[in-house]
Design a protein around this ligand. Structure first.
Ligand code: NA7
Length: 536
């Protein structure tokens, strides 16, 4: 229930969420003289990193890339300690940026936005919060994140468990010590893969419940090479500019040869060389790995062999080896000693692919009539990705249309930035934009800059309302689908298509056409009088 409602505050813009997207958007809007306030559910900035404090939580984009590129000074004055930053270091970085830009004075923490309702007569959004705030604003910008609505599946008996339960995406801030405990981990996506080795190192007994084996590549994390750190201090901005001109939006050197341009020996050498580098470089071994099944099969089989080489028990190795989806079509994981963990005598893999968890009892988890008795259950079961955080807010556009109604058959946006029927509402990394398929920091900067330019344009031309046209939206949705269908991505039951949430419409949500292509489309739309938008 909402707290007592305050008198409405009139502002130019409201930003919902202060992960890296909301932080930068707030900075941009404020810098252009708009009156703006941001609301944030957490007690601090950082978004998904604020919540995902599970043991081993680590970014799988290299730390030098996972930072803002809008300010040479901010980049130069920050030094990452490891190749892949751990969650606490990313929080320190978020704190550093928040202090540097003095962002917190315009953020209200501990506050969840509950509704955003558009009034056609006044052309204003009324945004309300669970703390009783009422803000009336011209622009409402949703920076709610792609992986922020965590979910625990509705296992029968879930609430009867007598021990402790945790979700990786909502981890206690004081941390958890599993020493001497019997622990169940349910889920083997990135959060499971990162946390399992660390939980195993503490726990007396660990059961991992796996529905789908995922491909995981070795991160080969370690301290940063000082020479590279210095190089990046000088040359980061140029490297970022180059990355923005690529479709991966990253520093990785993609190989534009086909798998079939080379013989078997050469291919094996190249796979091995990229494997040895660690990280996602392996996926860019050849240009057709993600769009030709035969090419993907070769890369997939290389990784499967690596798994078999590491895991001692061939039966366990078989269970851990992904066979039901092509490499990369479910979000790839990066790990440190994940597969090695299954060689430990106190770690057991419980296959639940064909025999789902029957129920949770007061003592543990039941599968195929067998009760696995544990003291704690860790749900590493993921998120209602990309749409969940938006749909949990009561958003109503023209004619009282709710976003839930509008997206009943799956999300529909124009450029992942705007929704027809919802004027002056922008979504940062909304469905239909590259978002989770590229370095998300680049994605949020590009969106925030585009939105800022758009608002500048409106102000300079005496315009007060912008709305995506339905036709343009339809064409964009078709285009997003066409691009996805050119790839292997739709073959997997991934969270990219909402398959992890029962009843969620199966739609490929991110835009797979590439960052640089997408950026050019957005620029072109703006340069052509915001083609596909109506402005008044
Ligand atoms: P993910 O990647 O969605 O992984 C969730 C895991 O939980 C995955 O293995 C799921 O199996 C499993 N899951 C979900 N529901 C169930 C049920 N009902 N029963 C058994 N197992 C289940 O979430 P993460 O938090 O690991 O990672 C999210 C993103 O964060 C990641 O992709 C990176 O971008 C960072 P499934 O594969 O659906 O069969």
């Amino acid at each position: 229930m909402n707290a007592h409602k305050a008198a409405p505050l009139h502002l130019d813009a409201v930003v919902v969420g202060t992960g890296f997207g909301g932080m930068y958007m707030l900075h941009r809007l404020r810098g252009r003289g708009l009156t703006v306030k941001a609301f944030e559910t957490g007690k601090d900035v950082g978004g998904t990193w604020y919540w995902n404090r599970y043991p081993g939580a680590r970014c799988d984009v290299e730390s030098v890339e996972y930072q803002y590129g809008f300010s040479a000074e901010i980049a130069r004055d920050w030094t990452w300690s490891e190749r892949y930053a751990c969650q606490p270091e990313i929080m320190k970085y978020a704190d550093y940026v928040a202090k540097r830009l003095d962002l917190r004075k315009d953020i209200q923490f501990n506050t969840r936005v509950t509704s955003a309702i558009y009034d056609e007569a006044s052309q204003r959004w009324t945004v309300e919060t669970d703390q009783g705030d009422v803000v009336i604003a011209q622009f409402c910008i949703m920076a709610t994140g792609c992986l922020s609505a965590s979910r625990v599946p509705d296992f029968e008996g879930r609430d009867t468990f007598a021990g402790d339960t945790y979700h990786t995406g909502n981890w206690p801030h004081e941390g958890v010590d599993f020493t001497g405990k019997r622990v169940a981990v349910i889920g083997t996506g990135s959060s499971g893969v990162q946390s399992i080795p660390i939980i195993a190192a503490q726990a007396e007994r660990l059961f991992v419940f796996q529905r789908t084996p995922n491909f995981s590549l070795p991160a080969l994390n370690g301290p940063m090479d000082p020479a590279y750190v210095e190089d990046m201090r000088e040359n980061f901005m140029a490297a970022r500019a180059r990355a923005r001109a690529t479709n991966s939006g990253s520093f990785m050197q993609a190989n534009d040869q086909s798998v079939f341009d080379v013989d078997e020996e050469e291919r094996r050498r190249n796979f091995e060389m990229r494997w040895e580098k660690g990280g996602f470089a392996f996926v860019t071994s050849y240009k057709d790995v993600m769009n030709k099944l035969e090419a993907n099969k070769l890369a997939s089989e290389f990784v499967r062999n690596k798994i078999r080489q590491v895991v001692d028990d061939p039966k366990v190795a078989d269970l851990l080896t992904p066979t039901n989806h092509p490499l990369g079509t479910k979000r790839l994981c990066l790990d440190t000693n994940y597969y090695q963990t299954y060689n430990l005598p106190h770690v057991s893999l419980v296959d639940i692919a064909d025999r789902p968890i029957e129920r949770i009892t007061s003592a543990g988890v039941v599968v195929a009539g067998e009760e696995y008795k544990v003291d704690a259950i860790v749900f590493a079961t993921g998120f209602d990705a990309m749409t969940g955080a938006l749909l949990r807010i009561d958003i109503r556009g023209k004619g009282g249309l709710t976003l839930q109604e509008k997206w009943e058959g799956g999300p529909r946006t124009y450029l992942g930035l705007a929704v027809s029927g919802f004027p002056n509402l922008f979504t940062i990394t909304g469905p239909g934009s590259p978002s989770v398929l590229v370095n998300v920091i680049i994605a949020v900067e590009q969106h925030s800059d585009w939105i800022m330019d758009c608002i500048d344009h409106m102000r300079a031309n005496g315009l007060s309302v912008i709305e995506a046209e339905t036709d343009a939206e339809d064409r964009w949705v078709d285009h997003v689908n066409e691009k996805a269908d050119e790839t292997l991505y739709p073959m997997a039951d991934s969270w990219y298509v909402g398959a992890n949430v029962p009843g969620k419409p199966r739609v490929f949500m991110p835009y797979v056409g590439g960052f640089a292509n997408y950026d050019n489309i957005c620029k072109d739309v703006a340069a052509n009088g915001y083609r596909g938008f109506s402005l008044a």
